[in-house]
Design a protein. Structure first.
Length: 261
């Protein structure tokens, strides 16, 4: 499955991995208080460490080496950063945060330079830079400060799951893989989860919210928002699968949402 999914991302050039993190009910957040969590992550989806480039030396010996190469190219870094700023501009956001590790990884200084160059073209949007470890800390300490985050492939993979847990876990986390104007691939973050097959306990909300992302991408913004608000209503009514502390089965949750729609 990994080869199929990564293959589709690479072959279709789905360079944006789009992960929204919006808290739909306060008791889903493991943090104290009532944080207003509502941000999106733009993860570069076609290069970085996931190209699986590298070499092996001295295999099977005490001196074995495994070397992985991280690829960052100016055109692809530029387009993902520009996509984040474009989205922020079109959605009334005022800040874009870029996260990398340029203090320890020289190749990431390309991200620093391009982020500054692209950001200069959006004077109404503040450009904020954090190292990835500091970003992770701040996401837990004060997640409401973030609006749009843009980062590398691997770092985006990691912090997207952290973001998902802040708003309820993988069972409620949608995602989209996009090449604007060309094609999109929409998937819940949790994957196929075969261990839950036939048990009636899988949470359908991530899939439903992913359908909302697809509607928004197709220009049916009202439909996407309606799906989101119906899921919010289900959570408020206690219609939840076991992963969210409820006792409803998959079909019951889906039926409740469908009836409300």
């Amino acid at each position: 499955a990994r080869d199929i999914l990564l293959g589709l991302r690479f072959r279709l050039d789905l360079y944006i991995n789009f992960r929204p993190a919006r808290l739909l009910h306060p008791d889903l957040c493991p943090l104290k208080g009532d944080p207003n969590i509502d941000f999106v992550i733009f993860r570069e989806n076609t290069e970085g460490l996931y190209l699986a480039r590298g070499t092996s030396k001295h295999q099977g010996t005490p001196e074995e080496e495994q070397i992985a190469e991280e690829v960052n190219t100016a055109p692809k870094v530029t387009r993902i950063i520009r996509a984040a700023f474009d989205w922020a501009c079109s959605h009334g956001k005022t800040k874009v945060t870029m996260a990398n590790k340029s203090n320890a990884i020289p190749a990431h200084r390309l991200w620093d330079r391009i982020f500054a160059e692209v950001g200069a073209g959006f004077p109404g949007i503040a450009g904020d830079h954090l190292y990835i470890d500091a970003l992770s800390m701040q996401m837990v300490k004060r997640p409401e400060q973030f609006q749009v985050i843009v980062t590398t492939n691997m770092f985006g993979d990691i912090v997207s799951d952290l973001a998902a847990q802040l708003v309820g876990g993988l069972g409620i986390a949608p995602s989209a893989n996009l090449h604007p104007g060309e094609v999109g691939l929409f998937e819940p973050v949790h994957g196929s989860a075969p261990k839950y097959a036939g048990k009636g306990t899988a949470n359908p909300m991530a899939t439903i919210l992913t359908g909302g992302l697809m509607l928004e991408q197709l220009g049916v913004t009202s439909g996407g928002e309606q799906l989101k608000e119906t899921v919010r209503a289900a959570l408020g009514a206690g219609v939840r699968t076991p992963d969210l502390g409820g006792a409803h089965r998959t079909e019951e949750v889906g039926r409740w949402i469908m009836d409300v729609l």
